[in-house]
Design a protein around this ligand. Structure first.
Ligand code: MLT
Ligand code: ZN
Length: 461
């Protein structure tokens, strides 16, 4: 270790694995945004809470900034280390620590991938219901840091709903045990909830106790083709009133083109401007008949043009792939991503304003819409033309995001529904949160992390 700070870290924590090779710095210093050039000081991979505490205390001694790091699948730059920070990777803290059948909770280390958490819950005959396409790579700690949402929010809510307790190392190295999995705990401020969604700026989540629940009844998956945008929320209202929905996701014909070009299988003939993948409880014949009746009613109303219902698990997976494969199919086009939300009631008016705005402002760019429309959450991906320089492309998109942020503000929406603010959306935080709120956030941060060493520059400056 040539850097004296790292030499002192290695001396204080002799068992700690530290990476300093350029390839490792690049790998651990970036997330899925790929906008910033990674430049961390080093990468530390602790295996215990004590080591994490030791790292945070060392950081305080030497004034080194820390970037807590999970699966780095984030889309807002929250896990980027581009300024000589130490990446604190929770990757090696990935074990199940316990299952409590009475409380129906699973306690895990923060670096455990979401999919491994889901499998551990399944092994107990229960489910951890938060789910999304990055499940194999993202970590539960990262999910907590961004209050991740995904494709089942409509039924189960966001990550926040499933966190019974947290162990967190605060900015001074102190270990906090938050809520201890209590169902009822009316004893003052709930710091557990404050930590969820704090993007690594208040503490390092080291362990989480997760609530589990019963598996849902057997379900059916349908793909619907819709003739126009207004039909989206009409079909949603109809299906929600008649069926027990687990998911209601939408995408456009442009998204479908990309996902098909990327290897997904076509499920419907013809061209249609909008598509929905929906999953709903269908335990018995009555539920299946109700679904068919809802479908037929929507066809009669002119809200649905065509549809397909999965007849097997393989077909259901193929329909889901049309939606879940979108992000991967766009990656090569270096998309500029917006992840916005409004109240469900505000979606129709907002969609119209957005369509007009994007049509006007992006005449030359390909724009892909998809997302969790049943939660009022829309993903707008603008694809970079191959001959345009990255910086010019981003500058043009930032201009449109400013306008979008103003539209969102007018509708009481959010500039970040589920990806977090990170670096990408920092300039727009004020469109979603009032000045008074941001001032309070800064104050809270000062209390948890007096030296400002935890993920500095993320969320706000
Ligand atoms: C999704 O809903 O697929 C994810 O949020 C990822 C993305 O927006 O690209
Ligand atoms: Zn999403």
């Amino acid at each position: 270790m040539t850097d004296p700070r790292l030499a002192s870290l290695a001396e204080q924590l002799p068992g700690l694995r530290l990476f300093t090779a350029p390839a490792e710095l690049e790998h651990y210093g970036r997330d899925w945004t790929r906008r910033w050039t990674p430049a961390p000081l080093a990468v530390a991979l602790p295996t215990s809470v004590e080591e994490v505490q030791g790292i945070v205390r060392w950081a305080n001694e030497h004034g080194v900034a820390l970037v807590p790091s999970g699966g780095r699948t984030g889309l807002s730059g929250g896990a980027v280390a581009a300024n000589g920070e130490l990446v604190l990777s929770l990757e090696r803290m990935n074990r199940v620590l316990g299952f409590d059948p009475a409380d129906r909770t699973l306690t895990v280390e923060a670096g455990m991938p979401l999919q491994a958490v889901q499998e551990a819950a399944k092994a107990q005959g229960l489910i951890y219901p938060v789910d999304f396409a990055a499940r194999g790579s993202c970590s539960i700690g990262g999910n907590i840091a961004t209050n991740a949402g995904g494709i089942r929010v409509i039924r189960y809510g966001n990550t926040r709903e499933w966190i019974a307790g947290l162990k967190v190392v605060a900015g001074n190295g102190e270990l906090l045990e938050l809520n201890r999995a209590l169902v009822k705990n009316s004893s003052g401020y709930d710091f557990r909830q404050l930590l969820i969604g704090s993007e690594g700026t208040l503490g390092v989540v080291v362990e989480a106790t997760l609530r589990l629940t019963d598996p849902p009844p057997p379900s059916q998956v349908m793909l619907l083709a819709l003739p126009h945008m207004d039909a989206l929320m009409e079909v949603f209202a109809l299906f929600r009133s008649r069926l027990s929905l687990q998911a209601f996701e939408f995408f456009t014909d442009v998204a479908l083109r990309h996902v098909l070009a990327h290897g997904a299988q076509r499920a419907l003939d013809g061209e249609h401007p909008y598509y929905v993948v929906t999953e709903f409880d269908a335990a018995d014949e009555r539920a299946q008949e109700a679904a068919l009746a809802a479908f037929e009613h929507a066809v009669e109303q002119g809200w649905i043009e065509d549809g397909a219902i999965a007849q097997s698990e393989a077909q259901a997976a193929a329909l889901w792939r049309l939606r879940e494969g979108i992000t991967e199919s766009l990656a090569a086009h270096k998309p500029y991503k917006n992840d916005v939300s409004v109240r469900i009631g505000a979606v129709p008016a907002f969609l119209h304003e957005m369509q007009a705005l994007l049509g006007r402002e992006y005449p030359h760019f390909e724009v892909v819409w998809f997302g969790h429309i049943g939660d009022g959450n829309l993903h707008i991906n603008v694809l970079k033309p191959a001959d345009l320089a990255d910086a010019d492309f981003i500058a043009q998109c930032e201009h449109v995001t400013k306008l979008l942020a103003a539209t969102l503000k007018a509708h009481g929406g959010s500039i970040s529904a589920e990806h977090g603010i990170g670096l990408v959306k920092k300039p727009y935080l004020g469109s979603t949160r009032s000045e008074a709120e941001v001032a309070l956030m800064r104050g809270v941060r000062q209390v948890f992390d007096p030296k400002g060493l935890l993920n500095p520059g993320k969320l706000f400056d």
